[in-house]
Design a protein around this ligand. Structure first.
Ligand SMILES: Nc1ncnc2c1ncn2[C@@H]1O[C@H](COP(=O)(O)OP(=O)(O)OP(=O)(O)O)[C@@H](O)[C@H]1O
Length: 204
């Protein structure tokens, strides 16, 4: 498995956000996308997740037809909105995500242990604190196995201890042969991560 992007360009409104973005990530590799506010980090992740059509360029999983749609089908997109239903408990939310994944994926109990949130399994998502919501959203990565993780500011709202643990989660996914692309303000302390830096003007 390899994820390759070539000459990607994206526009938001009338503005060109970035042009000429290219990279290649093999199984087991990760890339941190950094840059100032508004530089285009989230936009790149939204393009790769299939939510926004690039105005130029292409991205694909090698060996598979389907371009960006194929990437989206193999990816988790962890956005700042967390993608959890507020009225459902954490367990119900995770079972929802687990239901359309592979049977070998972790159960909610196990996934929540990995993010130290086991005690809140039957709490409605809306009652969780900001950091706990983030941890519950991270648990989603374990209940539905997908090889590509697209992470938009994954550590925002996490305390220092959980942030450090999350670096281990990313490293673990990479050593299992997964691919990680993470947009971050603060550097992610994961050995071997490639870097893509957007500047203010939006050029990579
Ligand atoms: N829905 C939208 N409509 C029009 N312009 C948008 C939209 N969303 C984002 N933009 C613009 O696109 C540019 C890139 O935004 P993007 O969210 O990708 O930046 P970012 O690097 O992720 O920033 P941050 O660090 O603040 O999260 C910004 O100028 C932003 O104002």
């Amino acid at each position: 498995m390899k994820l390759v992007a070539d000459g990607l360009a994206a526009r938001r409104g009338n503005e060109m956000v970035f042009e000429g973005v290219g990279f290649a990530l093999s199984a087991g590799e990760g890339m941190a996308v950094t840059g100032p506010n508004g530089a285009g980090k989230s936009t790149l992740l939204r393009v790769l997740a299939g939510f926004l059509r690039p105005v130029a360029g292409a991205a694909a999983m090698t060996g598979a037809p389907g371009g960006i749609a194929e990437i989206a089908a193999h990816a988790h997109f962890l956005s700042p909105l967390n993608a959890m239903k507020p009225a459902l408990t954490v367990r119900e939310n995770l079972n929802f995500w687990r239901a359309f994944g592979e049977a070998r994926a972790a159960m909610p109990e196990e996934a929540l242990e990995r993010v130290d949130l086991g005690h809140a399994i039957d709490v409605p998502f809306s009652d969780l604190s900001t950091g706990q919501r983030r941890r519950a959203a991270i648990a989603r990565l374990f209940v539905n196995h997908r090889p590509v993780w697209l992470l938009d500011e994954p550590t925002s709202g996490l305390d220092a201890r959980t942030e450090a643990a999350f670096a281990g989660i990313i490293a673990g996914h990479m050593s299992d042969g997964g691919i990680v692309i993470a947009a971050t303000h603060l550097p992610i302390e994961v050995a071997g991560m490639k870097k893509l830096r957007f500047t203010d003007g939006g050029d990579a």
